[in-house]
Design a protein around this ligand. Structure first.
Ligand SMILES: NC(=O)C1=CN([C@@H]2O[C@H](COP(=O)(O)OP(=O)(O)OC[C@H]3O[C@@H](n4cnc5c(N)ncnc54)[C@H](O)[C@@H]3O)[C@@H](O)[C@H]2O)C=CC1
Ligand SMILES: N[C@@H](CC=O)C(=O)O
Length: 577
């Protein structure tokens, strides 16, 4: 499958077939999807791939214990193990998990769909409980991949030629993943487990220092990895030249099983990253909710205006402070800045960078003040600064612009950039009163603390400036704005707030306008808080992305993806030293 970056859509003058996006097959077993509460971590892993411009086929096992419970139900009716009707009941566990993961993906703004075993169409032969895959009726999967960013499918099940469901043996979801990778022409599949690779002995049970393989041969994997990777999956991978990568959630490296092996080595234990959080509202609260139970992080403090205030996330009271110096004195490795005040946010980011602390910010009014200055300050202090969530919430707008710019000079961009206004315009179009539409946007967590920033276009203007910085290395001098108020005439046709900036012979022409004469199908299709971006290359190519532009979970995911990038960059820098 040819690799391409984010959604390269068309040639303006000479329409041409869009190149396929790179596709990855990821498999999530019940060791990482033990219960519904773990679905967000799975969605997070998927989000990272989509943000990097890939489409994802996610294969899931049933939640922990479900398969045994379903088997027990059927046996209680007196059915024997080989009964031909039993598999159709058992795979409901995987189908339910697939639907759940699709919902978790949708929550963070990914365009996801779940398929059933029948829709997936892996054709099998042999015993009902341990059938052998022989082919794939791939039309439905291909259609789903063409229409969506993420396709979540149940592992473990296949369909016989008579239409009956059969099972691929215990651990069969690994086999499902390898079958799909082979059928999609991929040379690798990634199995996400609760261990970070294949060791020379089980790291959970054995004494001594277990050694991890970075690369293991098929034979080694067969000998050592029986409990980790299903043998049929190893055999099929070997037959079709599909390498099997075993890795843990959120970890880039693991073990690659393939032709070539290498001796195992010790794994350096990694200390948790010390994280300070600034702001604990919609975004900060989402971050705290995700960071506190995650052993990769240690939250060292949370900066808020009122430490005594009751919050919607359970956290130890002594984490909260209103003293910037006390927070930085805890020597965090990373500051996550999600405050509602631009000036205070900007000062804090500078202070943290000067102290040698990496920074990820969601605060567009803080970073849009001087993005070049912040990047220079970070570089001067040997640290990193990132702010993807500040533009487009969960929609990877900064990454899309960078991908477009890496491909050639940019002529301009247009975007729906404010979730609150898009949400309100839809509600107003449906006949809602202005005050109700605004109140709903605030309750949903879309609006700024002072919503006049959304309604008067300041929020979108800051985002236009940040996108202009990515596209042209500078911000426009003028940025006229239309305002949305109870008096704004909206007419009968859908209206969208469009932020735009075009290079007109070296002069940047930018605006934030309410457009009631929309011709663009992408922008027309955006419901609720959804945002989208179109970037026009000077060569006529158009780059797009979309997602949830506001709200706790989509924004949290975007911040966490920046955190993952920062962690990767920190590791790379440490290896160079
Ligand atoms: N809500 C959303 O959907 C999105 C918000 N953002 C941005 O993320 C930031 C946070 O947004 P929300 O969480 O929605 O805001 P919020 O109003 O829910 O929470 C703001 C938090 O910042 C703290 N804070 C503000 N000024 C402070 C100061 N000087 N010292 C200490 N703490 C201070 C408040 O105590 C509060 O905990 C904003 O900059 C916003 O523009 C970005 C993308 C989406
Ligand atoms: N208030 C903003 C939040 C995200 O940036 C919006 O509604 O888009």
């Amino acid at each position: 499958m040819p690799a391409s970056a984010l959604a390269l859509v068309a040639d303006k003058q000479k329409p041409q077939a869009a190149p396929d996006a790179e596709v990855v097959v990821l498999k999530f077993g019940s060791s990482v999807l033990r219960n519904a509460a773990e679905a967000p971590a799975v969605a997070s892993e998927i989000y990272g791939h989509v943000r990097a411009g890939r489409k994802v086929v996610a294969v899931v096992s049933a939640l922990s214990g479900h398969t045994d419970r379903l088997l027990a139900d059927a046996r209680a009716l007196g059915l024997d193990h080989e009964n031909e009707l039993l598999p159709a009941y058992v795979v409901l566990g995987e189908e339910k998990a697939a639907a759940l993961v699709a919902i978790a993906c949708d929550r963070v703004g990914l365009d996801a769909v779940g398929l059933s075993v029948g829709e997936l169409g892996i054709v099998v032969e042999g015993p009902a409980q341990h059938a052998r895959p022989v082919s794939l009726k791939g039309e439905r999967l291909q259609q789903a991949l063409a229409e969506h960013e993420v396709v979540v499918v149940p592992g473990f099940g296949g369909v016989r030629s008579n239409g009956r469901v059969a099972l691929l043996g215990r651990g069969g979801s690994d086999l499902t993943a390898v079958v799909l990778a082979a059928e999609l022409g991929l040379d690798r599949v990634r199995l996400v487990k609760d261990v970070d690779g294949l060791y020379d002995r089980d790291p959970a049970c054995e004494t001594g220092t277990p050694l991890r393989y970075r690369r293991a041969s098929w034979e080694t994997a067969r000998q050592l990895g029986g409990a980790l990777v299903q043998h049929d999956a190893i055999d099929l991978g070997m037959q079709h030249g599909v390498e099997i990568e075993v890795a843990a959630l959120g970890r880039a490296e693991g073990t690659v099983v393939g032709e070539r092996g290498a001796p195992p080595g010790p794994v350096q234990p990694e200390a948790p990253l010390r994280v300070a959080l600034a702001g604990c509202g919609v975004v900060g609260g989402g971050l705290l909710n995700r960071l506190l139970p995650d052993k990769r992080y240690e939250v060292v403090g949370v900066l808020v205006r009122n430490p005594a205030k009751k919050r919607d996330v359970a956290a130890p009271a002594d984490l909260f402070t209103n003293d910037v110096e006390a927070l930085l004195a805890k020597k965090p490795d990373l500051l996550l800045e999600a405050m509602s005040e631009g000036e205070a946010g900007h000062a804090l980011i500078r202070r943290a960078l000067e102290a040698g602390c990496d920074v990820v910010s969601a605060n567009k009014q803080a970073v849009a003040r001087d993005p070049a200055g912040l990047q220079a300050l970070a570089a001067a202090n040997g640290c990193r600064v990132a702010w993807s969530a500040s533009v487009g919430g969960g929609a990877p707008m900064i990454e899309t612009l960078r991908a477009a710019r890496a491909a050639g000079p940019v002529a301009g961009f247009e975007a729906v950039l404010n979730g609150t206004v898009n949400f309100m315009l839809q509600r107003l179009g449906e006949g809602a009163a202005f005050a109700d539409a605004l109140s709903d946007a605030r309750v949903a967590g879309f609006a700024e603390e002072d919503p006049s920033s959304d309604l008067e276009g300041h929020d979108a203007a800051a985002k236009v400036k940040l996108l202009s910085f990515e596209a042209f290395g500078r911000a426009p001098a003028d940025l006229p704005r239309d305002e949305l108020s109870a008096e704004t005439p909206l007419g009968d046709r859908p209206v969208r707030q469009i932020g735009a900036c075009h290079d007109r012979g070296g002069r940047l022409e930018a605006s934030v306008r309410l457009d009631g004469d929309l011709k663009d199908a992408l922008f027309q299709s955006l419901n609720g808080e959804r945002n989208a971006l179109k970037v026009y290359g000077q060569d006529g190519r158009v780059w797009t992305c979309k997602g949830r532009g506001a709200g706790r979970w989509a924004t949290t995911e975007s911040v966490l993806a920046d955190v993952a990038d920062v962690v990767r960059a920190r590791r790379a820098a440490a290896e160079l030293v």
